[in-house]
Design a protein around this ligand. Structure first.
Ligand code: FAD
Length: 238
C-alpha cells in the first residue's frame, strides 16, 4: 500500500508543561508518545493571532506588540479553555477569578450570613475549599465524590446535624493516547501504559458502568472492535 503523506504537527501550550493538572506518570507517558510520533511541543508560548496560513505566537506573559513570531500552518485545531456557565455572574454570589463559585469546605456557598447553609455548589462550577483547605480538580471523579457530601450536608443542614467537610480522594487517572495506547495510574501503586494500559482502561470503564447491562454492552462493543481490528490486520495485503 501507499505510505501516508508526512505531516508536521506542532502543539502550542501556554503553560510551562503540557497537562499540568495530570498525574506525573500520565504526563511523562504522553510526552514520550508525542515525541515518538514526531509532534513538536512548544510550551510557555501564547497564540496571539491566527491567519489564513499561519499562527503568530509570543512568549507567555510577554507583550506581543514588542516581540512575536510566526509559524506557517495549513490547519489549526483550537482546543483551549473551558469556563463556568455565564449564568453564574448574574447570581450575585462570590466567584473566584476563573468564574467558579467559591464554597467553604462543606460545599456551602459563601453568601451573605443568612444565606450560608442554604446554597451549595459542586462540580466544575464550584471552587471548593478556597476559604479553607486544599483545592479540588474539575473532573467527573471529583464531582461524583462531592455529590455524596452535598447530599449528606443538605440533609444535615435541614436537621441541624453535623456537616461533613469535603475531602477529595484522588483515585487515579486514566488517559487515552490513541486507539491502542493509554496511561493508567492509581494511588501511586499502579502504573500501566501502552497497549496493556489501553485494555486496562477499557476494562475499568466497563466495570464502572452504572448497571450490569451497560457494563456488558460496553465490554462487548470493545471486544467486537478488538476482534475486527485483529481480523483487519490479518487480512491486510502485505
Ligand atoms: C472532553 C472532556 C473530557 C473529559 N474527560 C474526563 C475524564 O476522563 N475523567 C474525568 O473525571 N473528568 C473528565 N472531564 C471532566 C468532566 O466532564 C467534568 O468534570 C464533569 O462533567 C463535571 O460535572 P458537573 O456536573 O459539574 O458539570 P457538567 O457535567 O458539565 O453538567 C452541568 C450540566 O448543567 C447543564 N446546564 C448548564 N447551564 C444550565 C442552565 N442555565 N440551566 C439548566 N442546566 C444547565 C449543562 O447542560 C450540563 O448538563 C472531561 C471533560 C471534557 C470536556
Amino acid at each position: 500500500g501507499s505510505s501516508s503523506p508526512s505531516v508536521d504537527l506542532t502543539l502550542i501550550h501556554r503553560a510551562d508543561c503540557i497537562m499540568s493538572n495530570s498525574a506525573e506518570f500520565s504526563r511523562q507517558v504522553a510526552q514520550g508518545e508525542l515525541s515518538e510520533i514526531g509532534v513538536q511541543v512548544i510550551t510557555d508560548t501564547a497564540v496571539v493571532e491566527i491567519t489564513e496560513d499561519s499562527v503568530r505566537l509570543c512568549s507567555a506573559g510577554a507583550d506581543p506588540s514588542a516581540e512575536s513570531f510566526e509559524i506557517p500552518a495549513d490547519l489549526v485545531l483550537w482546543a483551549a479553555g473551558s469556563r463556568p456557565s455565564s449564568l453564574l455572574p448574574s447570581l450575585q454570589i462570590p466567584l473566584d477569578p476563573n468564574g467558579q463559585v467559591v464554597t467553604d469546605r462543606f460545599m456551602r456557598v459563601a453568601a451573605a450570613e443568612d444565606g450560608v447553609g442554604k446554597l451549595f455548589a459542586l462540580g466544575d462550577a464550584a471552587k471548593c475549599g478556597t476559604l479553607t483547605g486544599s483545592e479540588t480538580p474539575s473532573t467527573a471523579q471529583a464531582a461524583m465524590q462531592q455529590a455524596d457530601y452535598v447530599a449528606w450536608n443538605v440533609r444535615a443542614s435541614l436537621q441541624n446535624d453535623k456537616l461533613l467537610p469535603f475531602r477529595y480522594q484522588d483515585l487515579g487517572e486514566m488517559l487515552s493516547l490513541g486507539e491502542d495506547s493509554a496511561a493508567v495510574s492509581s494511588l501511586g501503586l499502579l502504573k500501566v501504559k501502552g497497549s496493556a494500559g489501553s485494555n486496562l482502561r477499557r476494562a475499568i470503564y466497563a466495570a464502572r458502568m452504572p448497571t450490569t447491562a451497560q457494563a456488558a454492552k460496553v465490554g462487548l462493543s470493545w471486544a467486537t472492535d478488538a476482534a475486527f481490528g485483529v481480523l483487519r490486520k490479518a487480512l491486510q495485503p502485505k
